[in-house]
Design a protein around this ligand. Structure first.
Ligand SMILES: [Zn+2]
Length: 174
């Protein structure tokens, strides 16, 4: 919001680096949930090591990304390409997770991540196919921001349902 009202060097960096952090965090979280790296006993004894290595890799990639943009060159094309590449990987992960879960449990909300991802891809196309602002004020980027409100709420509801189901399952096992 700050960046969109005041375009300074610092607000631009805050906008881009925060967006990058959010995309990178999504990438970090996806395999942890999908492959259950948060539950060492469920997958295998070396899961803790895998999780630590994954954490270190994600932190290193993010720092390298911010370092490149800060100290080498603020390359908008590279930044966009990096975010799209990382985004596409997690979209594929969540879509296949949804298909598998939906087939297994048959409940509609198991398919939510895949549907949310599809929504994000549609909204994301506004970022890629830019057009001149309507009435000189409403541009593609504003619509992209508007388009991210719905899936954020939807995603939060999925996380709650997923955590509740997990709690029930562990109670059943105990
Ligand atoms: Zn923006």
């Amino acid at each position: 919001m700050l960046f969109h009202t005041r375009d300074f060097v610092v607000t631009e960096k805050l906008d881009y680096f925060a967006a990058g952090a959010s995309v990178m965090y999504g990438m970090y979280f996806a395999p942890i949930r999908i492959f259950r790296l948060d539950k060492p006993d469920a997958v295998g004894s070396n899961t803790g090591t895998v999780l630590r290595m994954w954490t270190a890799l994600c932190v290193a990639l993010y720092l390298a990304h911010v370092g490149y943009l800060s100290f080498v060159r603020f390359d908008y094309t590279y930044n966009m390409a990096a975010n799209i590449a990382v985004g596409v990987v997690q979209n594929i992960l969540w879509t296949s997770f949804s298909i598998q879960r939906f087939r297994k449990v048959g409940r509609m909300w198991a398919a939510w991540p895949g549907l949310i991802v599809a929504w994000i891809v549609l909204a994301m196309s506004l970022e890629l196919f830019d057009f001149p602002p309507w009435w000189g004020m409403l541009d593609a980027h504003a619509l992209w921001h508007l388009g991210t409100v719905g899936p954020t709420i939807w995603w939060y509801n999925f996380l709650i349902k997923d955590a509740q189901e997990d709690m029930q399952n562990s109670r059943l096992k105990a």
